[in-house]
Structure formats: C-alpha cells, structure tokens
Design a protein around this ligand. Structure first.
Ligand SMILES: [Zn+2]
Ligand SMILES: [Zn+2]
Length: 598
C-alpha cells in the first residue's frame, strides 16, 4: 500500500477524474500513471485511494465514471457522453478562491460561471492551447496569459440557466417562466437544452437533439444561447417561432406535419410531466393561431385544448348548427361563410370554420326578427318595410336560403340601432310636437319611400326637425305641417320627372312663350296631360336636359362673348336652327355641334 507524499484534500462532489488529475499533478505524475502506481491489484479501489491519502475517509465524488477506477460516482442521472472528456473548462475566478475544478464544469452544457457571471474558459485565448491542471490552478498559461484577465461577461439569461444547472446538481433546477416555473432535474435540464437549443431556428430546424461536437465550448454556447432566448419573455419567442412554421406551410392542416420536427420533440422526446410547460404553451398557441381542427384525434393534446379550440371541421359545425354538410360546403365555396380551406391534393379539401364567428353568419333565431315582427314594431306595412330595405334605410340580412323559411332576416341589433337613432334625432329637437305624422304623410301626402330617404337625410342634417312621443313608433314620428309641406314640394319640384312649361321656362331662363315655340318646333319634346278636365303640356326633365346639352341661344352666347347679339350674329359663320330670319321664332338658337365644327 502506497501513501503519497503530497496529499491535496478531495472536495465533496468533485469529479473523481479531476481529483485524480490534481493528485497526480501534485506528486509529479501524469493522471494515467498515478493509478497504475497506486493500484497493485489487491484490495478495493476505494481503500487504495483512501490509503494513498493516509487513511482519509473519501467524500462523495461526481461523474463521469473513470474507466479502470471502480469507485462509485454521482453521475446525476447523466450519460457518460453528457460530460466533457477531452478539454477542461474552468472559471479562473473560482479557482483563485479555491484551487479545484467544480463538478458543473464537467457538463458539456456548462458555459458560464454562475457565481461570477463570466464565460468559462476552455483554451488560452492567445496561444489556443488547452492548459494542464497545474496551469489552471496557478491561473497563468505557459504563454504568460493571466486567465482571470481575459474573461468575458455572460448575459444574464445565460447566467440564470447556469444557476439552475448548478442548483440541479444538489437538488432541482427551477426555471422561472412568465410568472410560473418549471422544476427540472439535471438530466431533464440537459435534455431541454439539447433538444430545444435550436428551436429558434424555426422551420429550418432539423434533427433536434442530435448535436455534433458538443464537447466544444462554442457549440455548447450556441445551444445555451438559443434556450436562453427561447425562455426570455416566455412564451413570446416560442410563439413567434411557431408562427414561422404556420407561415411556412399555409395549405397543410396536419399539426404534426406543419410543426415537424418540433412537434416530435415536445410530445415524444420530452414527454415527461416536467416538460408540460412546452406543451401548454404550444397548445395555447394553437388555440389562438391554428386554423385547422383540433379534435379527439389529437390524443396527445389536453382536453382543455381540444374543447377550447375555435376552429372546427365541417362535421362538427354541421352537428352544432343542424345544417347539412353539403349546404355548409356550398356556402363556404360561395363565400357566404368565412372558412379556412386546406387542400393537400385536388380531390381532398379540408374546411374548418371559426365557431365563434358562426353567429354572424348563421342566423340564430334569437338574434333575428322576421319581416312581420319588424313591420309590427315600426308600425308600417310590410310592403313599405320592403321598400325601406330596398332604398337602404334599414339593413336586412338577405341571408342565403338556409331552409324554406322566409329569407328576410333583420338583425335585432340593426332594428334597435335604427330606432335609437330616430329617437335621438327626435330628442335633439326641443320645439313643440309636430302635427303631421309619418303615417299621415304616407297615407294622405303620398310620401314615397325614396322621398323618405331624402327626408331622413334632411333630418340628420338638421334642415328639418322631428318629434316623437315617449312610446311612439317609427310611424308616429311627427313634423311641423308647414315645414314638411314646403320641404316636400321643393323636393318634388327639383326631382320631378315631369315639369310644366312654366317651370321649364324658369329653369332655363327663357320666356314661357319661347318654350312653347321650342316645343312646337320639336326642339324640346313634350307630351299632353289632362288634369281636372284641362289640358297641359308637360316636359320630361331628361328632354329638357337634352335641349340644354344640344342647343344654345344667341342671347346666352352674346353674354359669354361680351358682344351685342346683333354683332355676334353677323360675326358667326353658322346658320342658326331657329330664329326670326329662319323660321320666324322669337329668338335665335344654334346647335352647339355646328358652332364647334365651324
Ligand atoms: Zn467563477
Ligand atoms: Zn496561452
């Protein structure tokens, strides 16, 4: 049995291989030589090491397992490949405090010192050599670099992950996540970083969990950075990343395909309850942003997710609304019903519909009123109500033919809105209640529906006022008799289809007699109307308009040219169509086309 001359004390939890390396260095051996010197093949390995340390009781060592040395180590449930084997990582500031290699530094995903908030070293930044244990313990490279002077600060989120990692070695890691937290063992934290470290790549992610060359600090740093970004502001970044998958395959409705390979990671590779936070965030995203159907087929999803999903397939919607699938499909194809359509092939199309929006498109009896009820509510005839819809005073839902039911539907809210607007207009008027109601005007003044439309517009513009008693219906809206009468006759005059020769003369600024002459010469067309046994000539407004467009009087031209009519008459090289010297008419008229071509 050998007792070594120099015996540095092993630290509780120190990696066995790191302690052997320290012990060998102190006594001038290489690590592999030392064990051969100590172990003569007799006695248990624990007592061999204890003897070498002069009978010291050994503390608990940590992983990885040392090949050839049968002393149990705590591997934290990790595989040998989760530990570094080729290069050492270390924090020079920790080593300066106590010269030994901390167990966390042996993990491949260790990239920073939690206590000092700096990135670990793996090589000398100047000569790029991996220093030996002695150089690390002394804090100086053989090239002269002082390690503690070449450190870089690690971002807060990375340091937090390293805290969690360090805590997990003693107990469990707690990851804070948007007000909640996830509790993980070392082994779970390592797998989380392996598998989700490249999630932020989005749809270009391939073979997650298969990381080449993780022994290299820079590769590990990339992964940890990826996870720290993902967890920062959880779950926002994760959702952004999921959205990229959705945008990447808009026509596909299979969750598994669209989110591959991420889906496999969170439902298979990381299926333990500790990783539920990943699935919760994923399913929450689906509820809001996934346009495909989530149903019982998605056995891996929580029940809450499936039942809370807004988008449902046609079969579901058909059952819920009592409409046939074919009817619904037709409505979707005719753009009556907004829907999401997924087609992987020409033949097969999958349709989903947002059930929360259904009410807007499929009449729910309680939200709608039929023609009869609305006509009773407003106190007007059904034919009149149809006209109100036709001129756009009231909106009706010309719903597609859902069934054999009357397809006149009025949204209750639309009728309420209309009545409220009328009442507000009436309330804004503080004068006396008018003496003529709409009912009266319809019946005795033959108020037309298109006139009502302009009348309501005039009311809105406060050109004419209405009043309404407290329990009055729409037909009880009242006007001041004279005001309504004046408005109506003025309105009728300006919009009338037929006008008298007198009105026409006023409108075009000619003497009435001249208008009669023009009618006689057929320059203005008119027809005969008999009223109260008397004969009148009446002129259609379009005919009058046509006359204005085609002809112009000498008098009008003279004003424009600032000449006397006689001077202009001599100057113009165009023959008038009518006038004293042409056909004995009172005034000269020219055809505008003749003037333009001269
Ligand atoms: Zn440190
Ligand atoms: Zn160096």
């Amino acid at each position: 049995m050998n007792t070594l001359p120099l015996r540095p004390l092993p630290k509780s939890g120190e990696a066995l291989s790191d302690f052997i390396a320290r012990l060998a260095f102190a006594n001038g051996y290489q690590a592999y030589e030392l064990w051969n010197v100590l172990n003569k093949g007799i006695g248990a390995h624990e007592s061999v090491l204890s003897q070498a340390l002069n009978g010291l009781a050994l503390p608990e060592f940590s992983g990885p397992i040392c090949s050839g040395i049968e002393i149990p180590v705590n591997s934290f449930g990790l595989k040998s490949s989760d530990f570094t084997h080729l290069y050492r990582r270390w924090c020079p500031l920790c080593v300066e405090l106590e010269p030994w290699l901390r167990p966390a530094w042996r993990l491949k995903i260790s990239i920073a010192c939690a206590s000092h908030g700096v990135h670990l070293l793996e090589r000398c930044p100047r000569c790029h050599n991996s220093p030996n244990v002695g150089e690390i313990m002394h804090g100086v490279c053989e090239c002269g670099v002082v390690f503690k002077k070449v450190l870089s600060r690690a971002p807060k989120k990375q340091v937090e992950l390293m805290w969690a990692l360090q805590a997990s070695l003693l107990d469990k890691a707690v990851l804070p996540l948007d007000g909640e937290s996830a509790t993980l063992t070392t082994q779970q934290l390592v797998r989380l970083i392996f598998y989700t470290g490249r999630f932020i790549d989005g749809p270009t992610l391939s073979k997650p969990g298969k990381i080449r060359d993780l022994e290299s600090l820079s590769v590990a740093l990339n992964l940890v950075t990826g996870v720290s970004i993902l967890l920062k502001g959880w779950p926002g970044v994760f959702w952004d990343c999921l959205q990229k998958y959705v945008d990447n395959s808009p026509g596909d409705m299979s969750v598994q395909r669209v989110f591959s390979p991420l889906y496999h990671v969170i439902y298979k590779d990381l299926r333990e309850p500790a990783f539920q936070f990943l699935r919760d965030a994923f399913e929450l995203f689906l509820l809001d942003h996934w346009r495909g159907e989530l149903c019982g087929r998605h056995r891996l999803f929580s029940e809450v997710t499936v039942s809370g999903s807004r988008h449902q397939g046609l079969a579901h919607i058909a059952r819920a609304t009592g409409r046939g699938r074919e009817t619904l499909k037709r409505l979707v194809h005719q753009d009556w019903l907004p829907a999401n359509r997924f087609s992987r092939s020409e033949k097969r199309e999958v349709i989903t519909i947002d059930r929360t929006k259904l009410a807007d498109f499929i009449p729910d009896a309680s939200h709608f009123l039929d023609l009869r009820s609305v006509s009773r509510l407003l106190g007007i005839k059904r034919t009149r109500l149809r006209e109100l819809v036709a001129v756009g005073i009231i909106l009706a839902d010309m719903a597609p033919r859902w069934s054999t039911r009357s397809h006149w539907h009025f949204r209750r809210s639309e009728i309420d809105r209309f009545l409220l607007e009328i009442r507000q207009l009436a309330n804004s008027y503080t004068g006396v209640i008018g003496s003529v109601t709409l009912r009266h005007a319809f019946q005795y003044w033959h108020l037309k529906t298109h006139e009502l439309k302009d009348l309501l517009q005039a009311v809105k513009e406060k050109r004419i006022f209405i009043s309404l008693s407290e329990h009055g219906q729409f037909c009880d809206v009242a006007f001041e008799e004279k005001k309504l009468h004046d408005w109506l006759s003025q309105h009728r005059q300006s919009t009338a289809e037929w006008i008298s020769a007198t009105t026409a003369a006023k409108m075009i600024g000619l003497k009435e007699q001249v208008v009669y002459e023009l009618i006689a010469k057929n320059l203005i067309s008119a027809d005969i109307e008999s009223r109260d046994g008397r004969i009148f000539k009446r002129i259609s407004s379009t005919s009058l308009e046509r006359f204005r467009r085609e002809y112009v009087s000498l008098a009008e031209l003279a004003i424009q040219e600032n000449l006397s009519p006689n001077t202009l008459l001599k100057k113009l090289n165009v023959v008038p169509v009518s006038g004293p010297k042409i056909d004995g008419g009172r005034q000269y008229f020219y055809r505008r086309a003749d003037l333009e071509s001269s």
